[in-house]
Design a protein around this ligand. Sequence first.
Ligand code: GLN
Length: 483
Amino acid sequence: MIRQLHDKLISKEITSEQLTLDYFDAIEKKDKDIFAYLTLTKDLAIAQAKKVDDKINWGEKINLIEGIPGAVKDVLCVEGIRATGSSKILDNYIAPYDATVVRKLKENGAVILGKTNCDEFAMGSSTENSAYGATKNPHDLERVPGGSSGGSAAAVAADEAVWALGTDTGGSIRQPASLCGIVGLKPTYGRVSRYGLMAMASSFDAAGPMTKTVEDAAIVLSTISGQDKYDATSAHSNDKKFEDYLTGDVKDMKIGIIKEYLDGLETEMKKILEGVIEKYKKMGAKIVEIDLPYNKYALPVYYIIQPCEVSSNMAKFDGVKYGLRVDDKKDSGVSDFELPKTLLETYLDTRKYGLGAEVKRRIMIGTYALSSGYYEAYYLRAQKVRSLIKKDFERVFEEVDLILTPTTTGPAFKLGEKTDDPLSMYLEDIFTVTANIMGVPAISVPAGTVEKDGKQLPIGFQLMGKWFDEENLLRAAHAWERA
Ligand code: GLN
């Protein structure tokens, strides 16, 4: 898609301004029902588009992403634009600077249409934890788009953006990509800077592309990746152009599969996944059965360590440093609270009013697991198991180049279906959290559709790659897409 639009721009078949306006028209028509966007940035978008059109008119060369409209998840900062993280506590927060990924997109001429809805501070799997209401799945408005990057996924799926940025701490790019029928790539931890991304669980968080095609994901990744002096965990990417590695060839590539994962699926999904595996065989890849004995602990490990990091990262939202403060009726719009009298009361009331139930649940679990006496039993133990899972993967990656799994256990579920049952919501991440625990890159690619209530709902499959081997990951994903 991006390449075709790029060709139209340079051949002057369309202008970036017109393209951008067309997308705003689509948003106006569809977003009343879908609610992918929290904030639109029309002035910013048109100004950027005009700049690109001027460049083209002057005969200057432009980048592939230049002049192409996309969307940014609301946990990423865009200078001068409201950034809520879908939380009431940041309702009035204006970002004072660009996240590094946003700066890179802007510097490369990408057009930003607006900020997308998500679960509050990216905690959730359905976008229902947003303080502003749930996003709907464009394939069935009674179903969730997945989460937490559900707004970004829905925007791309509904053609309200060409590309979007999501963030992925335990699956938040890949799971909504799977449920909305698009491509979602979580890069290797460190491939992309986290500066300007509202920290949720710092040892897992990664920003990445959500797009219609694998090539588009590669183009966006090339734009946003690289070392950043503001993020000490970011790594050098040597200005790689990931789109140049998409040869369509997977001959002799070794792909690991885990039999129990497939056997656990419902028949229709299993058939689709087996079809994908067959196709890879036909293309010349070698399918190898692998086992990862410690991986069954991935979900519990994630749901111990992740809340621990959340509880620490959320401490800064105290009514003093950022956003909402419940002692100022005028700013907060809070009228049903008595005015707090002490500093502690300000903290407590601000957090009580400003944070949603899921965020509070994680703060409590994390604080408990980190507290003296429980630290060794929970946090430390989870970290030890994390090391064991990592050893599993290091061993398996000596045998295979990639690991293929489902992305989710099923297609999009109904709105409200899991909101009263946090554990069933957490189970949504069973196939995706591992890549974050390890830090390896992983992608979800559309695999097919299954029928539910007379509607065709998309599902994806997941490929995980070796650390910093996005090239082979994208190459294999692209080969399937082409086949
Ligand atoms: N659904 C997972 C969670 O709620 C993952 C979230 C994410 O990747 N941001 O923790």
